[in-house]
Write a protein that binds this ligand. Sequence first.
Ligand SMILES: [Zn+2]
Length: 328
Amino acid sequence: MRTIIFIFLTLCSTLTLASIKSFKCYDVKHFNYVSINNSEIEAFPDYQCDDARRFDQLMEQVKSVSPINLYGVNLFLSKRKPKKGKNNLDFNHVRMGFNKDLPEVSKHVDAIFIHEVGHSIFHQYLLKEISYFSSLYDLDRKKDSLFNTLLERNSLLSDTGKCESPECIKWNVENSNIFSEIRKTKLEMEDWSKNNKKKVFILTRLAAPYHELFADIVAAAVLNDPEATSNALYDLLKVAIPCRSMKYSSECLNDTQGVHCLYSGVREAIWNSLISPALSNGDVKNAIEAVLLIIKGEIESELDNALENDDWIYNPDLYFKSFKSKIH
Ligand SMILES: [Zn+2]
């Protein structure tokens, strides 16, 4: 459930993506491609396109409350334990694992999936809305488009991951530039990062606790359950983590779970004053946008402050107080 806001592509990671079998699943509306890796935990039954359907339905619900048009969230099913949901912002895909012979874990898998997609909403929103990062937003969209082209090739690979069918060989000839285009985009992103090191460093630090808080808010709002994430984690990990519940209240910073709980002291207030009323009056998208606007304002003003002051130091206690004062 961890994510890092900026991970730049390496050639090695691109080649990893190039060998994962992907499927054009025709009854799935919200993912361009579904990648499937059935080689991990052998005891779990193999996945097929049918298994993407539940995530497609959830994606529809998430998109209906997202204040931005999400691009490029694809699904990667790999046979891992359900607790290991992961949003790979580098490849724009959410990686999920579960044992479909155990339907009782399904609602927890739903919470984890929605949490991971919440990271994509947050990531894309910040890049799009904070002007310092608009060039990176454009590059990220370009990368997403190139990856979708690459996934088209992956859907033509053999079961052993080789490009040997006539269709795949023809595709290779027609799209011979794809790897150099990806490499070029990767270099552009790296250059941008090198030239904007301070901005990236500051944004990454400031955004990390908001990322986790926001992803939990989306899961709770979509499932209409303030304890969606905390209950999922309790059942899957057998550990109580109350600071992941939207019922959690505290006046203080809580860093027992690192960035996942650092700003948990606003959870109850956000649920009671914004999300719960919105669920009653059917206005969840506006409530989620209101949360994003507050967070964006907090990050932007601190980013401006940090860029103007060479002696800036990271002070989560101060930011938390400021953030909390904006929640009514
Ligand atoms: Zn997370």
